[in-house]
Design a protein around this ligand. Structure first.
Ligand SMILES: [Zn+2]
Length: 461
């Protein structure tokens, strides 16, 4: 393939020649052209000769020309990159010598900012864990995935655990003799179903062993059955050794019996948590204090819209963001308790007693250092509607990047896109059609919203 081809019209025009010949795919020759990082004469060897497929198989060859930089990708891997190319523009051509050269499908795509961000920074690998949750994880995982992939810095895999067993039947308070008898029958039936369920899921649980070390950051959208000891210890080791972890909303309801997990997330709620689990963290008189008052850990009133207020302006996740923003319809998690070791609160929300709140500024965004690992704890995001505002989206993206790398390179949102007065939503837009988050859930990430059938654009509604 000839790139940046310029006249005069002759057999070997002035051009950058990107090789498509078997055994040489991805090599680049400068024919009367120059690149800053290429020797005076000759060309560039492929950086990854193994990226080429065996003879007889189709290869996917991509050349990306941005300004004076040419990047050559073979089967998804960068195999060559030329910088400071002279000339920096020209025609595209195909030429063949010594044999046939076959192309099955050729497409030319206009350049967009999205593509450049993908090329310039290697993307971080995220693993979302779901499969059990008192919440609608089947709805929130696709939205999370969409939010994370949108920023162009992250690629997302999902690991779904085996399902939870049938719930035990409940007995109403002050039950009548009849109700008690019916409950006993239901309990006997449930015990049989539960045992059958456990037996049929022994193997799926044995097989569920995510390789945490393959990822830069793990996002927990899970609250459910205890994991096998082997998985728990590899998870702890992963974070201890410097892995990134994100605790998202009800994931802080998980594993009250697992001390290391509670230490990683700092504070949590429900599951029998109380003063023995640790203190509550309170913002009073301009500083954070540890509140040891006895009582259950974890509560919330009915969902509503509320303001999230940043308390730490120096942390990479929050630095430069507006001080407050109006957060979309959500539960306001309150009275979370835990070991709260090495915990920094980045943002709080006021739990208004008029909305059955605690009357305290409750921690919403937190970071925790655990061993060498970094944890970002986001108590927001009960359901897709709670995940639409720009404040939620950008702090989630920034929190994940920070947990993965300890730095934040993502650009700040425009000041007018975050407001304490009204909710500003960010929704996926394609073909000039504004999609709702329900649409993301319905169509998933692989249908009409997926790359590369069209590039997502942001729209502010
Ligand atoms: Zn919730």
């Amino acid at each position: 393939m000839f790139l940046h081809m310029n006249g005069p019209d002759k057999v070997w025009p002035k051009t950058f020649e990107c090789q498509g010949a078997h055994g040489h795919q991805g090599e680049v020759f400068c024919l009367g052209t120059k690149a800053m990082n290429v020797p005076e004469k000759g060309g560039f060897k492929s950086m990854d000769a193994a990226a080429e497929k065996p003879l007889g198989e189709w290869n996917t060859y991509e050349s990306i020309c941005k300004g004076d930089t040419i990047t050559v990708m073979l089967n998804g891997k960068v195999v060559n990159r030329l910088t400071g190319c002279v000339p920096s523009s020209g025609r595209i051509g195909f030429q063949s010598e010594n044999g046939a050269w076959e192309a099955r499908r050729v497409t030319i795509k206009p350049f967009s900012i999205k593509i450049s961000s993908l090329l310039e920074t290697p993307r971080l690998k995220v693993l979302i864990i779901d499969g059990q949750n008192g919440h609608d994880w089947k709805a929130t995982t696709p939205v999370l995935k969409w939010i994370l992939e949108e920023c162009g810095r992250l690629t997302v895999d999902v690991s779904t655990t085996p399902p939870s067993g049938p719930n035990a039947p409940s007995l109403p308070k002050n039950a009548t003799t009849e109700q008690q008898a019916a409950h006993e029958t239901a309990m006997a039936k449930w015990k049989i179903e539960k045992d059958e369920f456990i037996l049929s899921n022994i193997n799926p649980w044995k097989q569920w062993r995510p390789n945490f070390a393959n990822y830069d950051v793990i996002v927990m959208n899970y609250a459910g059955d205890r994991w096998r000891e082997e998985v728990r210890s590899s998870f702890t080791k992963y974070v201890q050794n410097g892995g990134g972890l994100v605790i998202y909303h009800a994931a802080n309801n998980s594993f009250p019996e697992w001390p290391e997990y509670n230490e990683m997330m700092g504070v949590g709620g429900w599951g029998g948590r109380n003063e023995k689990s640790g203190p509550m963290i309170r913002w009073r008189d301009g500083k954070f204090i540890r509140d040891e008052t006895p009582g259950p850990g974890g509560t919330h009133g009915p969902a509503h819209e509320y303001v999230v207020e940043i308390r730490d302006f120096e942390h990479p996740i929050t630095k430069g963001l507006p001080k407050r923003w109006m957060h979309s319809f959500d539960e306001l998690y309150s009275k979370l308790r835990g070991p709260a070791k090495n915990l920094t609160v980045l943002a709080t929300a006021y739990a208004d007693p008029a909305k059955q709140g605690s009357g305290e500024h409750e921690p919403m965004l937190m970071t925790i250092n655990y061993g060498q690992g970094r944890v970002f704890h986001n108590a927001l995001g009960h359901m897709p509607k709670s995940m639409e505002d720009v404040g939620f989206i950008v702090t989630m993206q920034r929190g994940i990047e920070w947990a993965a790398t300890g730095r934040v390179t993502l650009p700040l949102p425009k000041p007018e896109d975050i407001s304490a007065e009204k909710i500003i939503r960010r929704l996926p837009k394609q073909n000039n059609f504004l999609h709702t988050l329900e649409c993301v859930i319905k169509h998933g990430m692989c249908d009409h919203l997926a790359r590369p059938t069209g590039w997502l654009e942001w729209a502010i509604k």
